[in-house]
Design a protein around this ligand. Structure first.
Ligand SMILES: [Zn+2]
Length: 215
């Protein structure tokens, strides 16, 4: 997809050839990048592996997010033909503070703004590198996304494992959707957790210590 939104680059045509887009040099980042490419499969030709492939891309976006000084979370929306139709990463902290700029929210915002006639995403799958939070999960339910696949569990902030606690209207709306953790690939799940952990403590402290962003 050829587009630039805020500080999000276009996804590479060839992830292998464009490894340098992930460009931080500190050892922790380089280690995450190495682990990411150790898991690179490079193709969606085998439909059975599409969940794994798109989950990998969500982790690529998540790692890119880290180098924009945002939380390491990425998301992408895929249509019935396995075509990526939208994607984004966490942008809560940069380029300016936006409390709602979660990866899933921005992905749906972008798609809806370009497809105003679409009001039903039942045939679409959103891949997120991290279990969606309450805000994002309810947004995905309202948007009617047919399938939600997330890579890493988020015991502390994720809502999918608590989906049965949503109020009744959300329970009714979510009935046709599928919400599931990626079922294979423990390496990718561990990697996604580690990407999320990379700067979470530092960035969260800027919220909880009075909103001093960028320190
Ligand atoms: Zn969220």
């Amino acid at each position: 997809m050829e587009r630039k939104v805020d500080n999000l680059v276009s996804l590479p045509e060839d992830f292998n050839a464009e490894r340098d887009l992930l460009s931080l040099s500190d050892p922790k980042f380089v280690d995450l990048k190495d682990r990411l490419y150790d898991e690179y499969k490079g193709s969606v030709s085998d439909a059975d592996n599409s969940d794994e492939y798109f989950s990998w891309i969500s982790c690529w976006i998540a790692l890119y997010s880290v180098q924009t000084n945002n939380l390491g979370i990425g998301a992408l929306l895929v249509d019935q033909d396995n075509k990526i139709v939208s994607y984004s990463h966490n942008q809560v902290f940069s380029p300016k503070f936006r409390s709602d700029a979660h990866a899933e929210m921005l992905t749906i915002n972008d798609f809806e703004s370009r497809q105003p006639s679409k009001c039903n995403l039942s045939g679409y799958t959103i891949y997120s590198s991290l279990e969606p939070c309450p805000m994002c999960l309810t947004r995905l339910i309202i948007a009617g996304v047919g399938r939600v696949v997330y890579v890493a569990d988020d015991e502390y902030g994720g809502m999918v494992h608590l989906i049965d606690l949503l109020p009744k209207i959300w329970q009714d709306l979510r009935k046709t959707g599928v919400y599931t953790s990626l079922e294979c690939c423990q390496n990718i799940k561990n990697l996604s957790s580690d990407i999320f952990a990379y700067n979470r403590e530092r960035l969260d402290s800027t919220l909880f210590d009075g909103g001093q962003i960028g320190v």
